[in-house]
Design a protein around this ligand. Structure first.
Ligand SMILES: Nc1ncnc2c1ncn2[C@@H]1O[C@H](COP(=O)(O)OP(=O)(O)O)[C@@H](O)[C@H]1O
Ligand SMILES: Nc1ccn([C@@H]2O[C@H](COP(=O)(O)OP(=O)(O)O)[C@@H](O)[C@H]2O)c(=O)n1
Length: 206
């Protein structure tokens, strides 16, 4: 039985499979899904267009999250830079917390969902995979969409963001103390999703 306010927090490094698991959980349980990385990517894209980071974060609108260009390694890098700014994170907090509290349940993925945004989440997952596998998967995804990227560029983006995201002062990437780790390096999507579904069913019975 899904009750209002049931929140699933999914964190982990770049391209580890967070969104894939989140979307599958949202479809399976009828939860709403928020890809919080998209918020930081949208701010990063506006900064690349010349806007001040805090202004961009405060003025963010739904339409700003639609563009395919947000997926590029250049925007990802800028997202990671603006994500280190406390005033940018603060401007995005309320929206994420309201989303998490939706009746019917919500799944949010990002870097600080289980640690900062929703420390009370009923289920917390920390999704990882080796950097090489993550870069290979992201490279296949982006080149499949027709984006002109190289594997070297994608690996460099993933490594640089992981390092910056893990070492920043504000809301660094790290597992919550009570997060369950899922390493997808050698896990098929269906098996990763099945593991997550089991954890949520167990939490719903509690
Ligand atoms: N377990 C898995 N096995 C193979 N490919 C995967 C797996 N999980 C995710 N992928 C693929 O890897 C890429 C990155 O996954 P995604 O869910 O977007 O990661 P994140 O949200 O952590 O950035 C996508 O192309 C996705 O289809
Ligand atoms: N909750 C979040 C989500 C993303 N981010 C930042 O936004 C960047 C892009 O996040 P993303 O989730 O779209 O990245 P991928 O894992 O999809 O490659 C990350 O590298 C982080 O710097 C964050 O700081 N906090």
């Amino acid at each position: 039985m899904v009750t209002g306010g049931f929140t699933v927090a999914i964190d982990g490094p770049a391209a580890s499979g967070k969104g894939t698991i989140s979307r599958a959980l949202a479809a399976h349980f009828g939860f709403a899904y928020l890809d919080t990385g998209l918020l930081y990517r949208a701010v990063g894209a506006k900064v690349l267009d010349g806007m001040m980071p805090e202004v961009a974060a405060r003025q963010l609108e739904k339409d700003d999250l639609e563009s395919d260009a947000l997926r590029s390694p250049e925007v990802a890098q800028e997202a990671s830079r603006v994500a280190a700014l406390p005033e940018v994170r603060a401007a995005l907090t309320d929206f994420q917390r309201s989303f998490a509290a939706r009746a019917g349940g919500a799944v949010l993925d990002g870097r600080d969902i289980g640690t900062v945004i929703c420390p009370e989440a009923q289920v917390k997952l920390f999704v990882t995979a080796s950097a090489e596998v993550r870069a290979q998967r992201r490279y296949a995804e982006l080149s499949g969409k027709g984006m002109a990227v190289t594997l070297e560029q994608v690996l460099a983006d993933v490594l640089a963001r992981d390092a910056r995201d893990s070492t920043r002062e504000e809301a660094p990437l790290k597992p919550a103390a009570d997060a369950v780790r899922i390493d997808t390096t050698e896990l098929a999507i269906a098996d990763a999703v099945a593991a997550a579904v089991k954890l949520i069913e167990a939490a719903q019975r509690r």
